[in-house]
Design a protein around this ligand. Structure first.
Ligand code: PMP
Length: 452
C-alpha cells in the first residue's frame, strides 16, 4: 500500500532541520517506513521488509497485532487519560496481572513511560532503600539516555561530555568471546550452537573483576548492581554460567541490591523463560522493563519488593502518564496475547532453529566469529578473521547491512565496536521467515567475501 504523504526528499529535509536533529540512519539509502503488520513492514513505495529488529526489540507480539489493536480501540472510546490521584480499574487490573508473572517477593509495580524512566526510578529507589550511592553496571551496557541513566550506560557512542549521575561504576563485562577470558575454552564447551559458557575458570576471573570493582567504592557503599540478563545494545553478550548468581550474592553481601534490566529480554523473548533473569536462576530485588511490555506503545515499569517499596514513600512520587488507562489497556492485552499466541514458545522454537542454522554459516564463513543468544535475542559477532577476532570494520558492517536491507530484511547492529548484527524480531516470526533470512544473509556474506 502506497503512502499518499510527503515525498522522501521533504522528510529528509525536515529530519535535518526540525526533527530532533536526527541526521543518522542505519543506511546509506534510508528506509521510509509507512505501515506494519505482524513481522512485516512496508515502505512508502510499497516494498515489503521482514522486520527482524522490531524497532529495537520493542514490537513483541507483532506490528498492529489485531488483538492489541482491538483492545486499544475499545479503551480509546472509553477513557484515554486520568491521573493516578483517581482510582481506575485498568491500572489495578494490569498491576494484578503483571504481578502474577513475577516470582515472590517481586510484587509492587510502578508504571512509567519508557525504559530510561524506569531505570532512573530504580536508581532512586535503590539509593533511598540502601542509603548507599554507588551503582555498578557492565561496560558496554545501555540503560537509557536521560542524564541519570546515561551515567549507568557504558557505551561511548551513547554518551555526551557532561556530568551524568555520579557514583556509577562500570565493571568488566563478562564477555566470553571478546573478553580476556572464555574464548577458546568456551569453544570447547559441549553446547556449540546455543552456547552458554560453562567455563568455571573464566567465570572465576570475571567475578574477581567484580570484587576489584567493589574496592573502588567507599566500603559498603554499593547501592545496586544493574545488569541485563543478556546484553542488548552491547551485542547479545551472554555471561558465563553462574556469573549472575555469584555476582548477586556478592553484591548483597556488600549491602547493595540487584536489579535486572529486562527492557529487551523480558516478556518471553529469551524463549526458555518469561524473564531473562530466570535463565540465570536468580531472583533480583528489582526488575525494570519497557519496550516489549507495550508492543510499541510507550510503557515502562519497575517491579520491586514490598520491603524496598516502603523506603520509597517518604515523599510523593507522581507520574502524569505512567499507568494511564490507555497504556494499561494496551499492556494488559499484550500479556494476554503473549499467552494466547504462545509467543514465548515460538521464541524458543524459532530462535533455536535460527541459531542452529546460523551456526552452520558461522562454520562456513571466516567473518562470522560468534553466534549467540537465547530465544529471539540473537547476536552474530563479525570479525576480520577468526584467528585475530578483530572486529569487522564499520564500513564492512554497513555494506552487509545495506545489502540485507535491499534484499528485504531489516536487522540491527550493536556491540562496543558496532561489530555485532542483532536479531530481535516480533516474536511471531516463523521458520519460513528464518529460512528466507538465512538465504538473504548467506548471499550478503558470500557477496562481501567475494568482493574483498
Ligand atoms: N535499557 C535497555 C536494556 C535498553 O535497551 C534501552 C533502550 N534501548 C533502555 C533501557 C532505555 O529505554 P528507552 O529508550 O525506552 O528509554
Amino acid at each position: 500500500c502506497k503512502s499518499p504523504g510527503m515525498s522522501k526528499e521533504q522528510m529528509m529535509e525536515i529530519r535535518k532541520q526540525n526533527c530532533m536533529t536526527m541526521k543518522i540512519t542505519y543506511y546509506k539509502k534510508p528506509v521510509f517506513i509507512h505501515q506494519g503488520y505482524m513481522q512485516w513492514l512496508w515502505d512508502v513505495d510499497g516494498k515489503r521488509y521482514l522486520d527482524l529488529f522490531a524497532g529495537v526489540a520493542t514490537v513483541s507480539v507483532g506490528h498492529c497485532h489485531p488483538k492489541v489493536t482491538a483492545a486499544t480501540q475499545r479503551q480509546l472510546k472509553k477513557l484515554w487519560h486520568t491521573t493516578n490521584i483517581y482510582i481506575h480499574p485498568e491500572l489495578h487490573e494490569y498491576c494484578d496481572k503483571l504481578a502474577s508473572y513475577l516470582p515472590d517477593p517481586l510484587k509492587v509495580i510502578y508504571l512509567t513511560n519508557s525504559g530510561s524512566e524506569a531505570n532512573e526510578l530504580a536508581m532512586l529507589m535503590a539509593r533511598l532503600h540502601t542509603g548507599n550511592f554507588d551503582i555498578i553496571t557492565f561496560r558496554g551496557s545501555y540503560h537509557g539516555g536521560s542524564q541519570q541513566t546515561m551515567g549507568l550506560t557504558a557505551k561511548s557512542s551513547c554518551k555526551f561530555p557532561i556530568a551524568t549521575s555520579s557514583g556509577c561504576i562500570h565493571t568488566m563485562c563478562p564477555d566470553v568471546f571478546r573478553g580476556p577470558w572464555g574464548g577458546s575454552y568456551c569453544r570447547d564447551s559441549p553446547v556449540q550452537t546455543i552456547r552458554e559458557c560453562s567455563c568455571a575458570q573464566a567465570n572465576k576471573h570475571y567475578i574477581e573483576q567484580l570484587e576489584e570493582t567493589f574496592a573502588t567504592s567507599a566500603p559498603s557503599q554499593i547501592a545496586a548492581f544493574f545488569g541485563e540478563p543478556i546484553q542488548g545494545m552491547g551485542g547479545a553478550v551472554q555471561y558465563p554460567k553462574n556469573y549472575l548468581k555469584e555476582a548477586y550474592k556478592l553484591v548483597r553481601q556488600t549491602g547493595g541490591i540487584c536489579i535486572a534490566d529486562e527492557v529487551q529480554t523480558g516478556f518471553g523473548r529469551t524463549g526458555s523463560h518469561f524473564w531473562g533473569f530466570q535463565g540465570h536462576d536468580v531472583i533480583p530485588d528489582m526488575v525494570t522493563m519497557a519496550k516489549g511490555i507495550g508492543n510499541g506503545f510507550p510503557v515502562g515499569a519497575v517491579v520491586t519488593t514490598p520491603e524496598i517499596a516502603v523506603s520509597f514513600v517518604k515523599a510523593s512520587h507522581f507520574n502524569t502518564f505512567g499507568g494511564n488507562p490507555l497504556a494499561c489497556a494496551v499492556a494488559s492485552s499484550v500479556l494476554d496475547t503473549i499467552r494466547e499466541d504462545s509467543t514465548q514458545q515460538n521464541s524458543l522454537h524459532v530462535g533455536t532453529y535460527l541459531m542452529t542454522q546460523m551456526a552452520k554459516l558461522r562454520d562456513k564463513y571466516e567473518v562470522i566469529g560468534d553466534v549467540r543468544g537465547k530465544g529471539l535475542q540473537i547476536g552474530m559477532e563479525m570479525v576480520k578473521d577468526k584467528g585475530s577476532r578483530e572486529p569487522l570494520p564499520p564500513e564492512a558492517m554497513s555494506e552487509i547491512l545495506e545489502d540485507v536491507k535491499d534484499t528485504g530484511v531489516l536487522i540491527g547492529k550493536g556491540g562496543v565496536h558496532g561489530q555485532t548484527f542483532r536479531i530481535q524480531p516480533p516474536m511471531c516470526i516463523t521458520r519460513e521467515d528464518v529460512d528466507f533470512f538465512l538465504a538473504v544473509f548467506n548471499k550478503a556474506i558470500s557477496g562481501y567475501t567475494d568482493r574483498k
